[in-house]
Design a protein around this ligand. Structure first.
Ligand SMILES: [Zn+2]
Length: 412
């Protein structure tokens, strides 16, 4: 039986009907709807010679035994954000199902092939993304913080996990599942506008951006809006405003896909009749190259010092969060490019702005690559998320080609 990429599209629609409503997908991890989606997935694979098991972190594995214990992994996540799109995560899983069917049909593969449905990629309920993949990939070091997390209804994360058979204290034992991993492949919707703007269905992903997130506090002096002459003001907002514009220059001069965002500024006292005394500004900077990212941060700090001097105000920086760029495997990127070119006629290499489970796997030292398929209008995490059916089909075909090429190379 040849690959039937049209079946993936109809199964995606089936899942949407089963686990979504008028507002979108409702497969939030550690909920009944999510469990229902996992049960449905199990049913889709029931006719194949695959073994299912759920690891200590709640990740759902489907294993097709090959001649060798070494394994080619294909992954995705069936969980969604509330009112989410129909493709984010579930395309990856269902495309993997179709690839598994094609490989199983051809008899015993040279390598073991394993499909993994990662648990709680989105972190929608407790605010902790990449739960299952970070546990399995050895980067979960925040169990103490996780124990304290509660959802909006006050339910603690460990209790929500326990309701689905997962013991937080044992979650990192899932690492044993990666012992024989030879390579990891993940297809995902782009969730951005790049491929659509290039009029290309598919791209090979180079890696995920490194991120620097900072809180910048500007301090001036509150003063009466009527009685304080313009040249006597120490206006904290002026520093934030100058920096919010200057990060555009910094990103442009850095190039290579650099992005900088000032996502919020909170002013105090925050009234119409006073000069701003404190402005708390949020900054997010991203780049695929670690040195470029460090350079952008240094430039932003230098610019902030300059603006503080110009405005006679003070500036202080606090790092909220950061992660280094995570680069995918060069050989697999080449294979992905080949596979895409064969099915779609042209390929494009691009970085990923969002983090994905694939980043956790790559960080664990397993050769990894991702394929992106075009997202219409670049929208995701909304009911408006969409991709043309013909592009969805091409993406399944490209993942299948890539899996075949990877098996050939790894088996040799
Ligand atoms: Zn996703």
């Amino acid at each position: 039986m040849p690959l039937r990429s049209d079946r993936t599209v109809s199964e995606l629609r089936e899942l949407k009907e089963l686990t979504g409503d008028d507002n979108g997908a409702q497969r939030v991890a550690w909920t009944d709807t999510w469990a229902q989606a996992r049960e449905w997935l199990r049913g889709k694979l029931a006719g194949l010679p695959v073994e299912e098991d759920v690891d200590e972190a709640g990740n759902q594995w489907f294993t097709l035994r090959g001649a060798s214990e070494r394994a080619l992994l294909i992954g995705g996540h069936i969980d969604s954000v509330p009112n989410g799109g129909w493709l984010d995560g579930s395309l990856n899983v269902l495309a993997g199902v179709e690839v598994l069917r094609r490989i199983a049909e051809e008899g015993e593969p040279s390598l073991t092939v394993r499909l993994v449905n990662w648990a709680d990629e989105e972190g929608a309920r407790f605010g902790r993304s990449l739960f299952g993949s970070s546990a399995a990939c050895g980067s979960m070091r925040d169990q103490d913080e996780l124990r304290q997390l509660r959802d909006r209804d006050g339910i603690a994360l460990p209790d929500a996990l326990a309701a689905h058979g997962v013991d937080l204290d044992r979650a990192t034992e899932a690492q044993s599942r990666l012992e024989n991993a030879a390579a990891y492949l993940e297809l995902h919707i782009e969730q951005g506008p790049v491929l659509e703007s290039l009029d290309l269905p598919l791209g090979a992903v180079l890696g995920t951006f490194g991120v620097e997130r900072h809180r910048i506090t500007w301090t001036g002096q509150a003063a009466h809006a009527g009685s304080t002459p313009m040249d006597k003001r120490r206006d904290a907002l002026a520093g934030a405003a100058k920096l919010a514009l200057d990060i555009r220059r910094i990103a442009a001069e850095t190039g290579g896909g650099a992005v900088c965002t000032s996502g919020n500024v909170v002013c105090r006292p925050g009234i119409v009749t006073s000069v701003v005394e404190t402005a708390e500004q949020l900054l997010d900077q991203r780049h695929l190259d670690a040195a470029s990212l460090a350079g952008m941060l240094a430039e932003a700090k230098a610019a902030a010092d300059r603006f503080a001097a110009e405005e006679d105000i003070e500036v202080a920086w606090e790092r909220i969060w950061s992660i280094e760029p995570i680069l995918f495997d060069d050989r697999l990127i080449d294979l992905a490019d080949e596979a895409i070119t064969e099915v779609a006629g042209a390929s494009h290499r691009l970085p990923s702005g969002p983090l994905h489970d694939a980043a956790e796997v790559a960080r664990a030292g397993i050769p990894t690559v991702m394929l992106f398929v075009q997202s219409l209008r670049g929208l995701s995490h909304t009911n408006l998320e969409d991709t043309k059916p013909e592009h969805l089909e091409l993406s399944v075909q490209a993942l299948d080609r890539l899996a075949a090429k990877a098996l050939e190379q790894l088996g040799a």
